[in-house]
Design a protein around this ligand. Structure first.
Ligand code: FAD
Length: 461
């Protein structure tokens, strides 16, 4: 096939040079490529453009620009409506094709539709590439008679035996049209209101993190991933969210490393794909119940504020909520507990919690966040939708000597050992010295209220 003069590679959730099918296809189809990122005002209007992710994104764009410059190119940055900006860029360089990654949210699906129509109306073509955002494309494996898997275990069986595409090398050179106009690449310093502990973004950072993880830490993952104080998970989620690391490449490399830890890590990557394939098939599950059950949620602003601020009086819940505010990240076990506390013990609508998480999480992701919230709330894919997590039981199992709580709650830092989990049991004078609230709700009363609302009796775990 003869090569076109130029094509556009639109970067979205694939801010990388390694293993990027979008960039590879654009380079193969034309002599010059416009590597384009649009600061999309639609994302801003939808409420997804928040300081913590914007700061991480700025790091990613700077690093991408640096990587392109090493290869003779540069990143082209525009701002505005994504469809208008892409069409303008394509028309300016005379590109016949625009390449981009397939993605699953309602917003991404509509963006793709709008872009396809606008480009075709202009005599150009949109080429959408699979297995860029996820390891396995959504819909690649389906159950008999269904368009997606609603239960993880059978999905995982099929996912494991499905073939993945091979890893694509980073390009050696990238030729960008000289006159392609770009805004300055944004920088983290331009973003006010960022949480102090937000990790650094960018492909170089992501690859360095994975290289450090792909050894002893990953080997220990199977045994230690739920230990809150050990902080023994990969922390790669922001890189997977922004696509500075490729899920396909991580699965291949972890499988090559092998062992129980690598297997457990790959299983988590399959969870990510699982939620993406659910959202691809049910895009409205980003805001509507996946399994509606007629909840009459409670809504008490003071209780919700106490949960958000980490002042519920349950130290493990509060430590996790403070970590979220400080780092824009939270351990999975802590996400499960804080979400169960809000949606079950307080019986507050999962959308309230999901919104707060999306406001702060650097990895905040429509598929993973909304569907994990639904999973915990019992309106999603959990096969045990009525279990209620008890913060004290969780503390005994996952923070037995209270180290995680002391790390995040300075007002309890003097309390030794597991006593930190139940400050209300301290002798009166000691208790009075602490600037820490009494429990917001009695745990069994909260769990009973939830279970009664579901027409059930049961116990929390
Ligand atoms: P690791 O344990 O090292 O796992 C490796 C990777 O697997 C993660 O980076 C992530 O991409 C994926 N993964 C792990 N667990 C899950 C899971 N349960 N579902 C989907 N993917 C998973 N993850 C997000 O990426 N974005 C979110 O917005 C998000 N919101 C969540 C909200 C709630 C209420 C809950 C319970 C979980 C949420 N998760 C979300 C999933 C999970 O908590 C995080 O992916 C994980 O804690 C990230 O840390 P890590 O990179 O160290 O994970």
């Amino acid at each position: 096939m003869t090569k076109a003069t130029a094509s556009v590679a639109l970067f979205t959730a694939d801010l990388r040079l390694h293993d990027n099918p979008v960039l590879r296809a654009a380079l193969d189809s034309a002599h010059e490529v416009v590597p384009l990122f649009v600061l999309d005002t639609g994302v801003h209007a939808a409420g997804y453009d928040v300081p913590n992710r914007r700061a991480f994104l700025a790091d990613c764009l700077r690093d991408l620009d640096a990587g392109l410059r090493e290869r003779g190119g540069r990143l082209i940055v525009r701002e505005g409506d994504v469809v208008r900006e892409v069409c303008a860029a394509a028309s300016e360089c005379g590109a016949r094709q625009v390449h981009m990654a397939g993605d699953v949210s309602l917003y991404a699906q509509r963006r793709e539709e709008r872009l396809r129509h606008a480009l075709e109306a202009d005599g150009r073509q949109l080429r959408v590439h699979d297995a860029v955002v996820t390891a396995l494309p959504p819909g690649e494996v389906t159950p008999a008679g269904g368009d997606h898997f609603a239960v993880f275990t059978p999905y995982f069986r099929r996912w494991t035996s499905a073939g993945l595409r091979g890893v694509i090398r980073a390009p050696r050179t990238v030729r960008v049209p000289e006159d392609a106009a770009s805004l300055p690449v944004p920088s983290r310093e331009d973003t006010p209101g960022v949480s102090p502990g937000v990790a650094a973004g960018g492909e170089s950072e992501g690859r360095a993190r994975f290289a450090a993880w792909n050894g002893r830490p990953m080997k220990d993952y199977a045994d230690r991933h739920d230990d809150l104080a050990a902080d023994a998970t990969s922390r790669l989620s922001p890189h997977l969210h922004f696509g500075t690391l490729s899920a396909v490449e991580l699965v291949h490399r972890a499988r090559r490393t092998g062992g129980d830890g690598a297997e457990a890590f790959v299983r988590q990557l399959a969870w990510r794909d699982f939620h993406h394939q659910v959202l691809a098939a049910r895009p409205r599950a980003s805001s509507g119940d996946y399994r509606p059950r007629g909840d009459r949620w409670r809504h008490d602003e003071d209780e919700i504020a106490a949960w958000r601020d980490g002042r519920t009086g349950y130290p493990l819940v509060d430590a996790a909520m403070r970590q979220l505010r400080h780092e824009g990240w939270m351990h999975n076990r802590a996400r499960l507990l804080t979400a169960s506390f809000l949606t079950k013990t307080l019986y507050v609508d999962w959308r309230v919690g999901a919104r707060h998480f999306l406001d702060l999480l650097v990895d905040g992701d429509v598929a993973n966040n909304q569907l994990n919230w639904q999973w915990v709330a019992g309106t999603g894919n959990d096969t045990r939708p009525n279990r209620v997590l008890n913060p004290l039981t969780q503390a005994r199992r996952f923070d037995p000597d209270g180290t995680y709580v002391r790390r995040w709650l300075p007002e309890l830092a003097e309390l030794r050992g597991p006593s930190v989990h139940q400050p209300w049991k301290l002798p009166g004078r000691e208790r009075a010295r602490l600037d820490y609230p009494e429990p917001l709700v009695e745990l069994s009363a909260g769990a009973d209220r939830f279970l009664r609302a579901r027409g059930l009796e049961g116990r929390s775990t």
